[in-house]
Design a protein around this ligand. Structure first.
Ligand SMILES: C[S@@+](CC[C@H](N)C(=O)[O-])C[C@H]1O[C@@H](n2cnc3c(N)ncnc32)[C@H](O)[C@@H]1O
Length: 255
């Protein structure tokens, strides 16, 4: 049985994007629907709407859906490169130039890293998330400031980072990890909808330790792990830790 059987379908409504929707459904080996009724077993849907690829669950069907948001975060300076001044930038390291984000997800950390001017490669193993990211990066490429500065979006590698990291041409200065940790409480009122949907769709990442080990091998200088403040450090005692709101960036330096 395919990984998305009974879980995910592509939803196509209206005349636009019919071909594109069919190709997407074929790539992911999932059904293509024009309407969703009670008989459909799937809970997740990908749909082209208003020029973006959106992920919907049943709750979001009428409300809109989730996209890879390419706009700067609240409080982030709208210049390029944005100043490297927050906890994440400190964790990435003052001398760091090249970064691999091995757990790209919704791309929010990646895009922040990219906007701070680091040279970035992104890795994502979920085929659904990789489709959403590819759409987000295509939209990013079209933005005026990207064109004016002749910038290209980060390179996106699709697959398991545990294998892909070993195939990199040059070791990056930093490998960044933000795997899915089990939630502290059953349902957190604070959890963002995009992260709730990601967890429902993908579940926890149970091979975090192997990913950490593969990252230590593949990095040139350091590995940074983002984790919730309640979680034990994934790789034992870190060399440095930087604290953000309810989270921590643990830094492991390679000697
Ligand atoms: C918590 S999310 C990351 C969120 C991301 N930092 C953001 O800002 O949107 C974790 C993501 O890492 C991906 N992932 C976990 N382990 C991976 C691996 N070994 N290789 C590639 N992707 C992985 C999961 O599929 C998921 O999309």
């Amino acid at each position: 049985m395919h990984q998305y059987t009974g879980k995910l379908a592509v939803l196509h409504q209206g005349a636009e994007e019919k071909q594109r929707s069919q190709e997407l459904a074929d790539r992911l080996s999932v059904p293509l629907y024009e309407i969703i009724d009670k008989e459909c077993p799937e809970n997740f849907f990908l749909s082209w709407r208003e020029g973006c690829l959106k992920l919907l669950d049943r709750e979001l069907l009428k409300k809109g859906g989730l996209v890879v948001d390419i706009e700067p975060r609240n409080g982030e300076q709208r210049s390029w490169p944005a100043p490297k001044q927050d906890a994440l930038a400190h964790a990435l390291g003052r001398k760091t130039k090249t970064v691999v984000d091995a757990t790209t997800g919704w791309g929010q950390d990646s895009l922040h890293i990219f906007r701070m001017g680091y040279e970035l490669i992104c890795i994502e193993r979920s085929p659904v998330m990789a489709e959403l990211l590819a759409d987000g990066f295509n939209r990013l490429a079209e933005l005026d400031w990207m064109r004016n500065l002749q910038l290209r979006p980060p390179k996106l590698l699709k697959g398991n980072a545990i294998e892909l990291l070993a195939t990199l041409d040059t070791p990056p200065d930093c490998i960044y990890l933000d795997p899915m940790f089990p939630p502290k409480r059953k349902k957190s009122a604070l959890a963002k909808k995009s992260m709730v949907v990601l967890r429902d769709l993908l579940g926890d990442d149970h091979d975090k330790e192997q990913l950490f080990e593969a990252s230590v091998k593949a990095t040139g200088k350091r590995v940074v792990i983002k984790s919730p403040d309640y979680a034990e450090p994934l790789g034992g005692k870190p060399n440095e830790s930087y604290h953000g709101k309810l989270l921590r960036y643990d830094v492991y330096l390679k000697n």
